[in-house]
Design a protein around this ligand. Structure first.
Ligand code: HEC
Ligand code: HEC
Length: 243
């Protein structure tokens, strides 16, 4: 698409679909797909919430959940979109359209995860028997296949153990590494393909991830996305008591 501010092709088609949907729409209906314009939050919050949802849960496989990350990670991501180290036509625009000093408050508004809440939610999920995804399954089950890959259970030296950085939960995740548990499957899959193909940049530790994804094939990527998206997110359930 001429003028699209990113080298990525995978983002263009959803824009075309959106524009097709919006064309001919009456202004009062336009508010539905783009969401609330006046939600409470730092300057620019309403436009972010239009795609990401007021609570950071977009309900759209292509738009990542933000509530499962720390404000530090979200802020770092926004800075790298803004200066182009991480490519995304949507986010380059969104992160540049707001004043630089609002990126931190926006990251704090969306990123509810502190390591303490994450640990609490992890304990609650384990007590409720969910999120472990450890049940034995047929080896063709992508979730089980993804779990074996994430823990490097097959001892393949060419594939890195994702769990050593991402964990399945806060106890086993490095604090400066994004959480993957409960993230949308479609988003995880796209990001892994971008990492593998050398198209995803990021912050100071992005090199680690490029190296980790370098030898993954499409089936392994699909399995890893299935596994991590099946895990309980590291946030207290709405109305829960896991703080
Ligand atoms: C037009 C829809 C749209 C708008 C508006 C939007 N985003 Fe996004 N956002 C996305 C998409 C799509 C992605 C995934 C991009 C990619 O592939 O890197 C994303 C990714 C992100 C990420 C990275 C999350 C991660 O796990 O790495 C952050 C942080 C973020 N957005 C915050 C914001 C903030 C803050 C705003 C408002 C200033 C905003 N977004 C506005 C669609 C949007
Ligand atoms: C040595 C530590 C390390 C290992 C091993 C590792 N990662 Fe990562 N991963 C990171 C870091 C650090 C980031 C954030 C990089 C950035 O955005 O700057 C990241 C980011 C990601 C993201 C993007 C998250 C988001 O919200 O956008 C995905 C998906 C991911 N990793 C999946 C995996 C999978 C699957 C594996 C195993 C094949 C793996 N990682 C192995 C450190 C690691």
């Amino acid at each position: 698409m001429p003028g699209w501010p990113s080298a990525r092709n995978d983002e263009v088609w959803p824009v075309v679909a959106f524009l097709t949907r919006v064309r001919g729409m009456r202004p009062e209906n336009y508010a539905a797909p783009v969401g609330p314009a006046t939600a409470e939050g730092p300057p620019g919050f309403g436009s972010c919430a239009g795609c990401h949802g007021i609570d950071g849960i977009s309900g759209n496989e292509r738009i990542p959940r933000l509530d499962i990350q720390t404000p530090d990670y979200l802020e770092m991501a926004l800075l790298t979109y803004r200066d182009g180290r991480r490519q995304s036509g949507y986010m380059r625009h969104a992160a540049s359209a707001v004043p630089a000093e609002t990126l931190r408050p926006l990251a704090q508004r969306f990123g509810r995860l502190s390591d303490a809440t994450a640990r609490g939610a992890g304990q609650a999920a384990r007590a409720a028997g969910s999120g472990a995804a450890g049940a034995a399954g047929a080896s063709e089950d992508p979730v089980e296949e993804g779990r074996r890959l994430a823990f490097a259970l097959d001892r393949r030296r060419d594939l890195p153990a994702c769990h050593s950085c991402h964990g399945p939960d806060a106890e086993r995740r490095r604090p400066d590494t994004p959480s993957l548990s409960g993230q949308y499957r479609g988003y995880l899959e796209t990001q892994l393909i971008l990492w593998r193909d050398g198209l995803r940049g990021g912050g100071p530790r992005a090199e680690l991830m490029s190296e980790a994804a370098r030898r993954l094939n499409d089936d392994q990527i699909a399995a890893l996305a299935a596994y991590y998206s099946s895990l309980a997110p590291e946030v207290p359930a709405a109305g829960g008591t896991a703080n």
